[in-house]
Design a protein around this ligand. Sequence first.
Ligand SMILES: *Cc1c(COP(=O)(O)O)cnc(C)c1O
Length: 397
Amino acid sequence: MTDFAATRALFDLPEGITYMDGNSLGPLPRSVPDRLARTVTDEWGTMLITGWNDAGWVHMPRKLGDRIAPLIGAAPGTIVTGDTLSVKVYQALASALMMRPKRKVILSDSGNFPSDLYIAQGLIKALDQGHELRVVAPADVSGAIDDTIAVLMLTEVDYRTGRRHDMPALTTKAHECGAISIWDLAHSAGALPVDVASGGADFAVGCTYKYLNGGPGAPAFIYVAPEHADIAPPALSGWFGHEAPFAFDLDFRAAPGIERMRVGTPPILQMVALDAALDAWDGVDMNDVRARSIELSEAFIAGVEARCPELTLASPRDPSERGSQVSFRHPEGYAIMQALIDNGVIGDFRAPDILRFGITPLYLNDKDIETAVMTLALIMEDAIWDRDDYKRKRDVT
Ligand SMILES: *Cc1c(COP(=O)(O)O)cnc(C)c1O
């Protein structure tokens, strides 16, 4: 059994704060500051450029990929890290479209994160080959998969409601129709057990600053199924994805395997922070995380529904249909969340009316859930949220 009291002690959580936003930005693992400081002084400061070889910086994208792999059911050597998730979505989608040159339709859903849809829209324009982005309601995805679809591009867990797609079933259907599947695991990696290999995903992408606690701006990851890794054309053909970056050839030749999905110079300081953050997962069983996440989520839903009848559950009631977050709706959701944050419980708000709470067993316990319910109840009962300064929207919600 995973020892969740021990994993909680690995995080530097500010006194008096109940942190329920780890689905958006994970908190600081205690291992990170020293490791970063040592990299800055002992590696960058002392080794200078020799750090690329002597400190192994050049292999960090692959090394981190191999550490993320067991968390999403991928084999070693099938994931690299780098860039941002939006960039990795572009890369996966452009590759997938080149693998289905006769088809023109990208199928996605209205629950997808807007950046993924924007990237598809931009790529379609740049290609100028008559591609179409078809966006259907989440419940209609399965029925919309047919043999005109080039790529099925979905996010497994909906960022607003936490609703979860049936990834193996949809992937199987896509394959039966000859389509390529791209799964965005932004709200899955580190949140629930994922099995990209047995689920048959062709591409998977995700970020590491949410449930993996890599810090603001931490690198993204991309997985390519082994059967595609040597043939998927890397649309962002940068020098680090070249077969021989230091041959400085004038023509691009893709590196064998997953290395071709690298683009340019990796952000070593962010990668070192992520490497230290990933230590928190050593010895953690994702099935234990899932079971604990469901317990905490059920307790939170029951508490809020009993104490705050004005809030409506926006997440699926059946835990098997949720990721690891719980969302409620209220027309004054933004002001309520600001009041909550002001009173030490941090969640976030997603337009138009969603209060979002991340459930992260590595560092959240029953007492946190009680505190969050109690504080929210107080804010609702006394209408503490009803203040002008709580209603003023800030740049990041
Ligand atoms: C968080 C998130 C993103 C963010 O992309 P960045 O490039 O890292 O800013 C994209 N897609 C999904 C599904 C997300 O949840």
